[in-house]
Write a protein that binds this ligand. Structure first.
Ligand code: ARG
Length: 393
């Protein structure tokens, strides 16, 4: 379904894209061809790319360069604990799509492939790469921070329904004419913006949204909380940069680590804030912090997430397993003679940090390219559904 949106945006407010830096192009191509001898010698390719940049300010990646560049960008993502499988990323080349309708149907396709297709739940890491931004020209983008996110509504009595993180974005979508059910897990519409069409809102079809209702292995009452979460986390507002070329629309996904849902999305005070509710249902002594009621409730919430996804046949990983995989990745990369940039504050899981091996060491903090970046404008759009960031003055 399409919700009518508005069709004007002043072109001067687009982030101007600079011409490609030939040095960055060369660095990328040298590394890409070095790591992939079957691509042949890099020198002839460099000559072509240098000429293209000189003539047009940009250059076009070959299919192989695009695919390997996307994998390198994942490999270089210092906040991601799940990088062991970087080589298996499925890269969908969508550079020819132009209209909002085409883009949206390819996003639906992305979610279907990512969700395992006919083998629903066999989650595959996938990236769809749309057209690069050309110097000085406006480009297509998706406003949402993820393809699937839940709406958040402040009700008249001051209470809250849904995900508070998306309150402003939800209000902006309502301002464009979208109407949610007003329930706790209403999937937000996707806002696709193209230079020719402005922003258009699309409702995802049900078949594109895998979700799991949460139950607990022992607590029968847990189902009554009415909790659920989606299965595919597909980040849609980071700019992919490969060899100096900018891809502002390149949504990608992996599978969830349970603690992202159980220890953050459903637990954080400024998200679904379920810890006190679970603790009350468990009958815990919440009169003092030192009973560790928060920790007990958190663990049960996380057990419910892992249990429910596994029972539903939906791929998910626990934080112990994912930590061990990350150490394997570190060893693999060391053998290959490559550094592994990592941000300790993101790598260490939000529960039982010290019980996982990733806690007990330091990491190199490097900003290597290719990589993914969050632009201030993309951040403002995902947060508030408007171009101007309210906090940037
Ligand atoms: N933490 C984010 C969320 O809960 C998702 C980030 C990406 N996570 C992943 N497993 N690939 O929605």
């Amino acid at each position: 379904m399409i919700v009518p949106g508005y069709r004007d945006h002043p072109t001067e407010r687009w982030d101007p894209i600079a011409p490609v830096d030939p040095g960055e192009a060369e660095d990328f191509l040298r590394q890409c061809y070095l790591e992939n001898p079957r691509l042949g010698p890099v020198e002839p390719r460099l000559a072509i790319v240098r000429a293209q940049i000189a003539a047009t300010g940009g250059y076009a990646h070959t299919t192989e360069e695009l695919a390997y560049g996307a994998k390198m960008a994942w490999r270089n993502s210092s906040r991601c604990i799940g990088r062991l499988y970087w080589r298996s990323l499925v890269v969908l080349d969508r550079r020819r799509a132009r209209t909002a309708d085409d883009i949206f149907s390819l996003l639906v396709h992305h979610l279907r492939v990512a969700g395992g297709g006919d083998r629903a739940g066999a989650i595959r890491p996938v990236i769809s790469i749309f057209a690069p931004a050309l110097p000085g020209q406006p480009y297509a983008r998706v406003w949402n921070e993820q393809l699937i996110r839940y709406a958040g509504y402040r009700t008249d009595d001051g209470s809250f329904v849904g995900d508070p993180r998306n309150e402003e974005f939800t209000a902006a979508m309502q301002g464009f004419g979208w109407q949610g059910k007003g329930e706790a897990f209403d999937v937000l519409p996707i806002a696709v913006e193209t230079p020719a069409e402005g922003v258009r809102l699309y409702e995802l079809p049900e078949r594109a949204i895998l979700e799991v209702p949460l139950t607990h292995p022992e607590f029968g009452w847990f189902a009554e909380l009415g909790l659920r979460w989606h299965v595919v986390p597909a980040i849609s507002n980071l700019r992919l940069t490969i060899g100096g070329v900018q891809y502002p629309l390149a949504p990608f996904n992996g599978w969830y680590m349970g603690s992202e849902i159980g220890a953050r999305n459903l637990a954080d005070e400024n998200r679904f804030n379920m810890v006190p509710i679970v603790a009350a249902r468990m009958g815990l002594d919440t009169s003092r912090e030192s009973t560790l009621w928060r920790d007990q409730a958190l663990i049960e919430l996380n057990r419910a997430v892992l249990y429910s996804y596994e029972k539903a046949g939906m791929k998910i990983a626990d934080h112990h397993t994912e930590s061990q995989r990350f150490l394997t990745h570190l060893r693999n990369e060391e053998k290959a003679g490559r550094p592994v940039p990592a941000d300790w504050t993101w790598i260490v899981p939000p529960i039982s940090g010290g019980a996982t091996p990733v806690f007990h060491r330091y990491y190199e903090e490097l900003d290597l390219r290719p990589n993914f970046y969050l632009d201030p404008e993309a951040q403002a759009l995902a947060q508030s559904g408007t171009r101007t960031c309210p906090f940037s003055g």
